[in-house]
Design a protein around this ligand. Sequence first.
Ligand code: HEM
Length: 309
Amino acid sequence: MADAALINELLQARPANEMERPTFKPLNGQSISRNDASVLMQAVGHDVRVALKKPLEQRIDLSGKWPLTGHNYLRDLVFGVDPYRLKLLVDRTLELTPKLTWTVIAAGAALPGWLRPTDPASAVAELTGTQQSYQARRHAMGLYRRVAAPVCFTVAALVTGALWLGSPFDTHTSNKHILLETLRLLPPSWNILRRSSPEFPEIDGRISGADDVLLLPILSHRDPRLWEAPDEFQPDRWHDLDPDTHPGYLPFGHANERCWGRHMVMPLAERLLDLLRRDGYAVSSEQTRATVPLAGLLEVVDVRVGRHV
Ligand code: HEM
């Protein structure tokens, strides 16, 4: 589904069920309660706030392949104090291989030398430290990965998209507008899935009671009925548009249940843009093409970034 009004109706027909929730879907068949989810989000929110209070690095090398470079910067900024066995869970090499992830988790949970209360650690890591049994530690490590990994994956994807679309940026354009426009053209959450539901056929006769529906913000974000010059990167359009109410614009989901992480994502991405813009980074002028694999998370890959000035 790509029509903005239809997407809106379908998403407000019912709340997402647990199988549809991207972050807190069941872990190894075990449901994650609302309470556990909110404790985890508070912990990671705390870690991000602590990270954002650190002064901007005076000297930092952000050249190299993106999103990898941005990902590693974010991992070290937010979870840098954590023990290696946990930090490893945010590694990009575990991205597409759930089996490898579970092997790393199983090994990490079994190894001696588990986190002690006096060890330096992020607030999310501390939640894993209180677990006594092997099974409980495995579960806690799985939860760590669920909330720590998206901070690095999604923010690095967003900033790489911004670099690709707009760098070197005009000095007068705000980071916020750059990010809103990047979320429009390269939305990391490019689709939203809803499993079949009795409410859906009542909304649109083309949907049967057995049909799952895939809602496609990536298309509504470029609908020529809703956007002027829809395919052009024009961050300044956001001077006159409201991202919370603009029809068809839902990079963080529907107004009824928007992404719980969005308040961390935007300031982290702005911090990275501050550094990149301060030090004159841009996509290498020799790179004119890039790949956007059709995967769960939409991102431009293997973007070569270097000092522009
Ligand atoms: C660029 C970054 C991100 C984008 C574009 C994004 C997008 C979205 C979207 C579209 C939804 C709604 C999904 C639906 O209705 O089915 C959502 C929900 C959610 N997001 Fe995000 N997200 C981002 C980053 C994060 C991060 C970093 C976290 C956590 C650390 C997070 C946690 C959540 C949670 C908890 C929900 C509610 C659904 C659930 O329980 O899983 N998001 N996000």
